[in-house]
Structures are given as structure tokens and as C-alpha cells.
Design a protein around this ligand. Structure first.
Ligand SMILES: Cc1cc2nc3c(=O)[nH]c(=O)nc-3n(C[C@H](O)[C@H](O)[C@H](O)COP(=O)(O)OP(=O)(O)OC[C@H]3O[C@@H](n4cnc5c(N)ncnc54)[C@H](O)[C@@H]3O)c2cc1C
Length: 480
């Protein structure tokens, strides 16, 4: 980007966080030449929860990550253009364990018909038939009541309820309806059946049952987008600790960072924040009103430990992911990274990645890699996948902010915080962590593009446009 357009000095925009949302905002703004952009990232690498790294020369992600073809067309077009030949369109080939049997996931009609336990299939059909006669339960509406109403007991009790209990560590009746709206796209038996029908040859679209995936791990999308942003002049500052966000009355005026022993001030026109909402509240100086601080203490994120078991074999399974709704083992999903990009090299080694939902400080969080590795192999044996090949080691990574927890109280607390930030000038909050949303990466990109679109060449916000976009974002539905 040219720093000066004639005599005009471009506005200074500080982007907080270099996950997909922060990177896409930097890219979208830098390519228009609208602003002088600096991205501040606490970690030593970019990509946030969507980053990739190598273990024994195999590209690995923070758990199973796919780029979903349902992305907004302009987001998808951009990703395809930036990635070129490095973006692969891959068939989904996973399995889910239901009633002790493996069934293809996403569900396929014939496979489900043959493999689902007969009693389970019959109960499902009965639930579908009885759906029209089901009465709403009299108590307050919760995640569990809307699922029982829409889907009936068979799939709710055998699949969704244990799965959410494992993911959030909270009983389904203590989770908010919003979770069902944001995370469950097939919220009636007929919709699930319709989704399955679309998997039939002849009814299949070009991308049905497929996903986009880069050759060098999911994080290559963020890497390439950051390169494109840099080529337009955006700067990325890693390993950076933001110490405070300066506010004068209703306007954010600067960001302070630690630079060695010194505190450095960046004067800004706009701050675009994609860091966790709770962290943002803590950085505000002066602090927000007490009710906002109290609300921030009441919302929380669920963490996740990623366990990477390094095995001496070309491939452990032919499947990309295994889903485990059952409560008998604590991992929710296991993926084999080599099966995402179809890599044939390196030979003689493969990695299995297990997703273990946990909270910082709990018994899993503080366990050694070796101990976690022993548990992992035990869990696999329990689900008929014994590890009969040499194990090199188990490595782990920990995400403190994997999923926002939508308990029954989260909504008014989130609203209190969000309303206060929405009332400030010079600060725009978005991204999965900023809006406490269960969004996919393509949603994070769409939010970032939207934010960039709402800023004029002086860095001033079109507030009405941003408010209407926020309404659109609130209808994002997560793809798994
Ligand atoms: C297990 C798992 C599986 C997933 N699977 C998929 C999938 O298949 N497909 C899909 O599209 N999405 C998937 N997602 C979601 C995807 O990871 C997110 O949508 C995406 O990473 C959100 O981007 P973001 O930039 O909003 O947030 P993040 O990726 O969380 O980035 C936030 C950034 O802010 C930084 N930060 C935090 N605090 C500070 C601070 N104080 N100062 C400076 N920087 C800070 C962080 O280090 C991070 O880089 C999955 C998520 C998880 C947890």
C-alpha cells in the first residue's frame, strides 16, 4: 500500500489477533489501500485456532479442520484465487459410532440403512412419524427441549445429548436454545433425511460430501492470506503483549504494547479486535462499568487438548475423522491428518489427532503427554481400533478458547458486554472469540470482510451498515 495518497495520511488501524478474522481484515483493508495496518498477535505464529504445524513432517491442525464449500461465494472465490493449485477438493470419508457400530459420516442412505442397529432405525422412523404430534414441553426452552421437540428422543439421547455433554461439560438441559440454532443444521428428522438424500448419486452437487483442504494443512489458507496482506503493506507483529487499550470517554484512542522493557503507544483511528471478548474487557483502560466487568466474569470458553499420537505405519485408517458421541470415552473426535490432504509422504509414519474437551486446570489439562498418550491408546482399543503398530510418542497442544459455552445465562451477559462495546467509537469487535460465536473459518472471513467494508477512507465507521451486518452474522450456522 502507498503510505500517502497525495497529501492524505491514511488512517492507522490496529488489528488485535492474527487468526483468520484478523488476517482477513488486514488483507481486505490493505488491498483497498484504505489504511495503514498493523496486526498485533500474542502468539509466535499466525493462524489462531486454524493454524497448522508439522509433526514428523506431517502437516497437522488443531483438531479436524475443513474449509466448507457453503462459504459465501465471494469468500470462497478469494480463498480459491489466493490458494491456486494448493487448494484441494476432497471427499469426506468419516465414521461415527452409534449403538456400538461404525456408520459413514456424513450419513449415506444405503450405509445407514444397512448398518444402523434395527431397533435404532425403527425408533428413528417412529420419532419422525410422531414428530407432528409431539407437544412442546411445559418448562423453559433449553437445548434439550428443542431437540426433543424437533428430532425426538432417539437421535437426541443417543447422539446429541452425550456429544454436547462431552464437548461443553454441561448437561443438555443447562444449555441454551441458541446452541441448537447455531450448531445443528439438521434440526428435524426430515431435514436430516433430506441431507442424506442429497448424498445419493444423481442428486449430488459437485461439492456435496466434499470439502476444501490445502496441501500444507488448513493453516496454509491463513498463511497465504497473510502473505497477500503483507504484499499490500500490512505489518504483522508476533509475540506481542498488548498491555492496555486506551479510552477517552466514549472513544478508543490508542493501544499500548510491551516492547522489551518499554511500554509503547500506538495512536489509532480504529482498533479491530478479534481477541477473546473476556480478554478485551480486561485490557480496557479505564475499565468498563462494573456491570460489564461482572458480565465478563460470568461467560466462559471451553478449552481443548489436542493429542497427537505418532505411529510407525503409512496410514492407521482410511478415514479422515472418527466421531465419538458416546460417553464411555472422553474424546469427541479423532482425525488422521494424512487423510485430509491425501499425502503419501512421509512413508512409515502417520499421526492420529484426538480432540479432548477440557478446562484449564482440570485433571486432563495438567496431565503429562506420556500419560495422555497411554489413555489415548486405551480409548482406541475400547472402540475396536487397537494400536498394533509401534508408537513413537504422544505430543499435545492446548487451546484455552476452543468453544464459547452457551449455558442458560450466557445471553444476557454477552448482550451487556456487546452493547457496551457497540456504543464505543474507534473499536470494532468481531471474529469467533470477539463475538462469542461458534463460527467456522469462512464466517470469520465474512465478518472481517464486512468490517473492512464498513470503514471509509478516513477509517470512519458506517454504523448503520455494521449493525445490519451484525444481524446477518447472528444467523451463521456452524458446519461440522
Ligand atoms: C477443534 C476445532 C475444530 C474446528 N473445525 C473447523 C472446521 O472444520 N472448519 C472451520 O471452518 N472452522 C473450524 N473451527 C473453527 C475455526 O478454528 C475458527 O472459526 C477460526 O479459527 C476463528 O478465527 P478467529 O480469527 O475468529 O479466532 P482465532 O482463530 O481463535 O484467532 C484469535 C487470535 O487472537 C490471538 N489472541 C488472543 N488473545 C490475544 C491477546 N491478548 N493479544 C493478541 N492476540 C491475542 C490468538 O493467539 C489467535 O491468534 C474449529 C475449531 C475448533 C476448536
Amino acid at each position: 500500500m502507498s503510505r500517502e495518497n497525495g497529501n492524505r495520511k491514511p488512517p492507522v488501524i490496529e488489528v488485535l489477533g492474527a487468526g483468520p478474522a484478523g488476517i482477513a481484515a488486514a488483507y481486505a483493508l490493505a488491498r483497498t489501500g484504505k489504511a495503514d495496518i498493523e496486526v498485533l498477535e500474542r502468539a509466535g505464529a499466525i493462524g489462531g485456532n486454524s493454524a497448522s504445524f508439522r509433526i514428523d513432517d506431517i502437516w497437522c491442525d488443531y483438531g479436524s479442520h475443513r474449509f466448507h464449500p457453503v462459504a459465501d461465494p465471494h469468500v470462497l472465490e478469494d480463498v480459491k484465487r489466493i490458494m491456486g493449485d494448493d487448494l484441494l477438493l476432497r471427499p469426506r470419508h468419516g465414521r461415527i459410532r452409534l449403538g456400538g457400530r461404525w456408520i459413514h459420516f456424513p450419513l449415506k442412505p444405503l450405509d445407514a440403512l444397512v448398518k444402523l442397529p434395527r431397533t435404532f432405525a425403527l425408533s428413528l422412523l417412529a420419532d419422525s412419524f410422531m414428530g407432528r404430534f409431539r407437544k412442546p414441553s411445559p418448562g423453559p426452552r433449553t437445548f434439550s427441549s428443542v431437540l426433543l421437540e424437533g428430532l425426538g428422543p432417539t437421535i437426541s439421547e443417543n447422539f446429541y445429548f452425550p456429544y454436547v455433554k462431552k464437548l461443553w461439560g454441561v448437561e443438555p438441559e443447562k444449555l441454551a436454545v441458541k446452541l441448537a440454532e447455531r450448531r445443528i443444521s439438521g434440526n428435524s428428522v426430515s431435514r436430516i433425511l433430506l441431507k442424506m438424500m442429497r448424498m445419493l448419486p444423481g442428486l449430488k452437487g459437485k461439492t456435496t460430501g466434499r470439502f476444501y483442504y490445502p496441501r500444507q494443512g488448513f493453516g496454509q489458507i491463513s498463511q497465504k492470506m497473510a502473505e497477500a496482506a503483507r504484499s499490500h503493506g500490512a505489518r504483522f507483529r508476533l509475540n506481542t503483549e498488548i498491555t492496555r487499550i486506551e479510552r477517552q470517554a466514549n472513544r478508543v484512542t490508542g493501544v499500548w504494547l510491551r516492547d522489551g522493557d518499554k511500554q509503547v503507544r500506538r495512536e489509532t483511528t480504529q482498533v479491530l479486535s478479534t481477541i477473546p471478548l473476556t480478554a478485551l474487557v480486561a485490557l480496557m483502560d479505564p475499565p468498563p462499568p462494573p456491570e460489564v466487568v461482572a458480565a465478563a466474569r460470568k461467560i466462559r470458553f471451553r478449552g481443548m487438548i489436542l493429542l497427537y499420537l505418532v505411529l510407525e505405519c503409512d496410514r492407521f485408517t482410511e478415514f479422515d475423522a472418527h466421531y465419538y458421541p458416546e460417553l464411555s470415552i472422553p474424546i469427541s473426535r479423532m482425525s488422521e491428518p494424512k487423510n485430509y490432504n491425501g499425502a503419501t509422504a512421509p512413508r512409515g509414519v502417520s499421526v492420529l489427532c484426538a480432540e479432548l474437551p477440557a478446562d484449564p486446570g482440570d485433571r486432563w489439562w495438567n496431565m503429562s503427554d506420556e500419560e495422555l498418550g497411554k489413555h489415548f491408546t486405551r480409548w482406541l482399543a475400547q472402540v475396536d481400533l487397537p494400536v498394533n503398530v509401534p508408537v513413537r510418542r504422544c505430543e499435545t497442544r492446548r487451546l484455552a478458547h476452543a468453544y464459547p459455552v452457551y449455558d442458560l445465562d450466557y445471553e444476557p451477559n454477552f448482550r451487556t458486554i456487546d452493547d457496551w462495546f457497540m456504543g464505543l467509537d474507534g473499536l470494532l469487535v468481531f471474529g469467533r472469540q470477539g463475538l462469542f460465536a461458534h463460527d467456522n473459518t469462512h464466517h470469520a472471513f465474512a465478518m472481517a470482510y464486512g468490517a473492512a467494508d464498513c470503514l471509509d477512507e478516513n477509517g470512519q465507521l458506517d454504523r448503520a451498515k455494521w449493525e445490519s451486518l451484525r444481524e446477518v452474522f447472528s444467523h451463521h450456522t456452524v458446519e461440522d
